[in-house]
Design a protein around this ligand. Sequence first.
Ligand code: NAD
Length: 433
Amino acid sequence: MKTRRIKTTDRRKFIKLSLLGITGALAAPVIAANNPEKFNNYPPDFLNRFRPVYASSGSPSGQSPIASGTNPDNPGSLTGVTGHQPGSRSGNRPSRLTGKKKKAGLALIGLGNYSSRILAPALQETKNVYLAGIVTGTMDNEKKWMEEYNIPRKNVYNYDNFDEIASNRDIDIIYVVLPNSMHKEFTIRASNAGKHVFCEKPMALNAEECREMIKACRDNGVALSIGYRMQFEPYTREVMRLGQDKVFGNVLHITCGAAFRDTRFDHWRWEKDMGGGAMMDMGVYPLQAARYVTGEEPVRVTAQTFVTRPGKFEGVDEATTFQLEFPGGTVASLDTGFHANFNHLYAFAEKGWFELRPFSAYSGIAGRTSEGELDFPAINQQAAQMDEEAANIMAGRPVRVPGEEGLRDMIVVDAVFESIRTGKPVEVDLTGI
Ligand code: NAD
C-alpha cells in the first residue's frame, strides 16, 4: 500500500494505524488518491487537516514570499464580506462589496479553451464562489453559456459595455482569461469597476505592465490574484515543504521542464504582439517550480532558444532553456517549448532527492522521494484555487497568490529574453517586491 508522506518520522506510525483498520480521517488521503473523482468535492477544510505546516512569518533576505506567505492555511468562516486587504500590504481601502454573501459571484472574461473546458466546469464544484456572469465577444457563445450555466441576461457583457459591470452587485470578481496581451487592459478596467480580479498567467507582457496592474488594483482597493493553480495543489505544497524546510538538506540542483508539441500555427500563442511564445505560455511553470522549491529568489538568469521548425516561428520562441542561480547556491536548469511533450520536476539535495512527474498537469500529479512514494488526494486544482482565493477576499485576508507573484516571474521572463538577445547572463533583483 502506498502511504502519504506526512513527515518521515510519522510514516511508520501511519502505516501501522492504517493496517489496524483505523481508517477515518488519517486514511482519508489514501482513499481519496484511489478515488480521485469522488474526492474532487472534498470540503474546504479537508486538505488543511493534512497540509504540511509552512513558515508563517518572517522572510529572511533572499527568501521568496511563496514560502512565508501571503496566506494562513486556515480559510476561516465565510460569514460575509467584511472589507478587504488587497494583495499588497499597503494602501488598503474598504472593499466595495457590500452586504453579506455566502458565495462570491464571478464573471469570466475570455470564453476560450481554458474558460469553457476547465474553469466553468470547476466553478460547478466550488463552495465559496459561483459563475455569476460572462463577458463575451460573440452572440452565439453568449446563448450557449446562458443556457448551460443558468446565467441571467443582466449578467452578460461584451468588451464594449464591460465597464457597466461596476453597478452589477451580483459580480464580485472578474476572472481575466484572455490572450496575454489583453490581461493588463482588462485587469485595470475590472479594478476601475471596483471588482476584485483573478488574472491568468503569465500576468502580462512584461514586468512594467505588471506594476501598472498592481498599482491600479491597489488604488482601487481590490484584490488581485494570479492563476497559479499549482500553488493550491497538495503534491506541489509538499515539494515546497521538502525544499524550503530542507528536509533532505540544501537543494543543490533542480531540473524542471514543461512543454507540449503545438501545431496550431494560426493561434495567438504564435504571435509576439499577443504575448505568444513558449516561455510566456509554459516557461512560467518551471520558473515557478524553481522558486517555490527553493523558497528563494534567483539572482542571475541565463537563457538560450532554439528553432526546430524553421519558417513556422516569426518572432516567438519555440524551444527555450534557461538557468537560474539562487543565493543559497541552488542551480536550476529549466526547459520549456512548443516542440515536444514533457512535464517533470526533479530536485537533488544534500541527503536525498524528490520529484514530481507530471508536476503541472491539470490532473495525475505524481511523485516520489529518495525515501518512497508520495501519496496525496487528487483534487480539482482550479476549484481549490478559486475557492481559497474567494474565501480570502470575502474574509478580508490577503490572497495566496497576489499580483506581486506574477510580477516576480515577469522580471525573470524579461531577463530570459534579454539573455537570449545579448547572449550574456542577466542579474535580477526580486527582493523588496
Ligand atoms: P483561447 O485562445 O482558447 O481563448 C482566448 C479567448 O479570448 C477567446 O474567448 C477569444 O474569443 C478571446 N479573444 C478576445 N480577443 C481576442 C483576440 N484578439 N485574439 C484571440 N482571442 C481573443 O486561449 P486560452 O487557452 O483559453 O488562454 C487564455 C488565457 O488563459 C491565457 O492567458 C493562458 O495563458 C491562460 N491559460 C492558463 C492555463 C492554466 O493552467 N492556468 C491554462 C490554459 C490557459
